[in-house]
Design a protein around this ligand. Structure first.
Ligand SMILES: [Zn+2]
Length: 121
């Protein structure tokens, strides 16, 4: 892809969200749970430039909290369960949700960096 060609940011972010290469949308962006692949197997786009640091973790935390707190409040106000049951079930739900969302958010950040040509993309 020529260096001056504009990349579609929205498309790259959604491809990253689906854990696909931000350039072609076919190859995988991660190998394993969170390790970024060196390059795409389909189009050869180098992905090792990605430098997302703690951004996906903070974003995931915000999303999980935004989902968990209303559910927590609703369950607690409607059913008045024992606090220990609520705490344990919410911790389990938050953990599963975070584990599901984190790689997708990381892919989204990589897509954004690729589309904006940050960090050597
Ligand atoms: Zn690709």
């Amino acid at each position: 892809m020529p260096i001056d060609e504009e990349r579609d940011t929205r498309k790259a972010i959604f491809r990253g969200l689906r854990l696909k290469c931000p350039s072609c949308g076919k190859g995988k962006v991660l190998s394993g749970y969170l390790k970024v692949k060196d390059k795409c197997n389909c189009c050869g786009q180098e992905l090792h430039h990605a430098s997302v640091d703690d951004g996906p973790a903070y974003f995931t935390l915000m999303v999980v909290v935004a989902i968990i707190f209303p559910i927590f409040g609703l369950i607690y106000s409607l059913f008045e369960p024992k606090p220990l049951w609520v705490a344990l079930s919410m911790m389990a739900l938050a953990t599963m949700l975070a584990l599901f969302i984190l790689p997708r958010v990381k892919g989204m950040f990589i897509g954004l960096q690729c589309a904006k040509r940050l960090y050597g993309f």
